[in-house]
Design a protein around this ligand. Structure first.
Ligand SMILES: [Zn+2]
Length: 185
């Protein structure tokens, strides 16, 4: 980050968190040193990830968030990846969720064409991609329910299992949900 980007970024944190403060010039120097070693993409991705975590919604980011060494980063899966489909940059864990989202959208798109003669517009696809997790999960689940009477064989079994799991949380699945999702790809 450049000095200007650091200043902009710090004022963004102040806007987002009223409790965030940098006490004196020394502390500012520590932030500046840490942030200037990182690229803007990395800083913004770490910050976005911090804010996405519900536990951290009320807590301003700590300087430690920006002090990971490369070695620690890999061990803690704190490395950035780029999505081959849309170019989004995210950390390993967030990227797993992001890829899952792409897979779910692709599934809805394919099945929508097959069973409902409905083609998903690129705008709608992008909307699904950016949608909050809860909202997307609910739309996706309702779509899967609609497919149950239309599907046969293994796919049908899998959808029944997903419904069963959703309605009976805590009861082990006959088919592993993550494995079954892979079958949809
Ligand atoms: Zn993507």
């Amino acid at each position: 980050m450049t000095k200007e980007e650091v200043m902009q970024f710090i004022s963004q944190i102040k806007k987002d968190y009223s409790s965030f403060e940098i006490k004196d010039e020394d502390e500012y120097q520590v932030w500046k040193n840490a942030l200037m070693r990182l690229s803007k993409d990395v800083v913004l991705a770490r910050y976005a990830e911090h804010k996405e975590n519900t536990n951290y919604k009320k807590n301003p980011p700590d300087i430690k968030l920006f002090l990971f060494s490369e070695k620690e980063s890999i061990k803690n899966k704190k490395f950035l990846m780029k999505c081959e489909f849309c170019g989004k940059i995210a950390y390993y864990d967030a990227m797993q969720k992001h890829m899952e989202r792409h897979n779910s959208i692709r599934y809805m798109k394919t099945k929508g064409e097959k069973y409902f003669n409905h083609s998903m517009s690129p705008e709608r696809e992008n909307e699904f991609l950016l949608m909050k997790q809860d909202e997307f999960d609910s739309i996706y689940y309702n779509f899967l329910l609609k497919l149950i009477p239309l599907t046969t064989g293994l796919e049908h079994e899998i959808l029944i299992n997903i419904k069963f799991t959703k309605e009976n949380p805590g009861i082990p699945l006959a088919v592993n949900l993550n494995e079954t999702k892979k079958l949809f790809e």
